[in-house]
Ligand binder design. Structure first.
Ligand SMILES: [Fe+2]
Length: 280
């Protein structure tokens, strides 16, 4: 697939001197809020907080930011993961594409048709589905490459993976941002579209169907609870039992994969294990 995005420079220097042998390296590293930037939620950026379309669009932005944070964690670390951890990293990276497929399948199978039916406008959300088709081939290349590396992890190249991501990331990022505006524009239909009910029902269905020990865990460790000052820290809603399972049971089977994540189990951002240094 032809690349539609410039390669992002990840080999950079910091002004703080490198540590001497045996000394801890305290130089700041890049975090997962770039190179593909996160999306400000409408709730944070001044939209009417009492409007259900603001809430729905904000929840969508939070999910999209999980996708972006995870993609950033993959892109930044891929060239620096040591060979003996390649297999874990390959699996971590494949869970990201499983999450994006689950998210877009839920939209196409339930959320978008629900919106169109409520508005009485067939095809109202077609533009969003068309955008899905623009980056899906690039994600298929990404998956094929990673799948091929599972059997021969010694052949894995982080630079090659970044090159593949460069081929679809700009298109994907544009879509993730555009969809927030699409939801806000649905305001013109007012009460005709029960937007919160539709998005919550779809969210519950997707959360119920995704594999708990992989996809749900990836989402959990890339959802920053303090994002935008912590105003969304009750998202997504989950019962006490589910929260206990998420914290103490479901992380265990694939525990070697989560060391690459952007947040800890407490939802706080943490330094990426193999990220490059912050640019001076
Ligand atoms: Fe979405």
């Amino acid at each position: 697939m032809a690349s539609d995005a410039p390669a992002v420079e990840t080999t950079i220097e910091a002004t703080q001197p490198a540590p001497t042998p045996g000394e801890k390296d305290t130089r700041p590293k890049q975090w997962a809020d770039g190179p593909f930037p996160l999306i400000a939620t409408p709730r944070f950026s001044g939209e009417d907080k009492t409007c259900p379309f603001t809430t729905a669009a904000s929840h969508m932005a939070l999910v999209h930011n999980v996708l972006l944070r995870t993609l950033n964690s993959i892109y930044l670390q891929a060239p620096r993961v040591p060979a003996n951890e390649h297999l874990d990293f390959i699996h971590y990276s494949l869970v990201w594409s499983a999450l994006i497929h689950a998210h877009h399948h839920g939209e196409e199978a339930q959320f978008f048709p629900g919106v169109e039916e409520a508005a009485g406008v067939p095809g109202l959300m077609t533009g969003n589905v068309d955008q899905h088709h623009l980056f899906t081939p690039g994600i298929k290349v990404y998956e094929s490459y990673l799948q091929s590396c599972i059997t021969t992890p010694g052949g894995f190249s982080g630079d090659k993976l970044c090159e593949i991501i460069d081929g679809f990331a700009t298109t994907l990022q544009q879509h993730l941002a555009d969809e927030i505006q699409t939801i806000l524009k649905l305001r013109e239909y007012g009460d005709k579209i029960p937007i919160l009910k539709l998005i919550e029902e779809e969210g519950k269905k997707v959360m119920g169907e995704i594999p708990k020990t992989s996809v749900l865990m990836l989402l959990t460790v890339n959802l920053e609870k303090n994002f935008e000052g912590g105003i969304h820290n009750d998202f997504p809603p989950a019962s006490g039992v589910v929260r206990m399972l998420m914290r103490f049971v479901w992380p265990i089977p694939k525990r070697k994969w989560w060391k690459f994540a952007s947040c800890g189990w407490d939802g706080k951002r943490r330094e990426l294990k193999y990220a490059p240094l912050v640019e001076a």
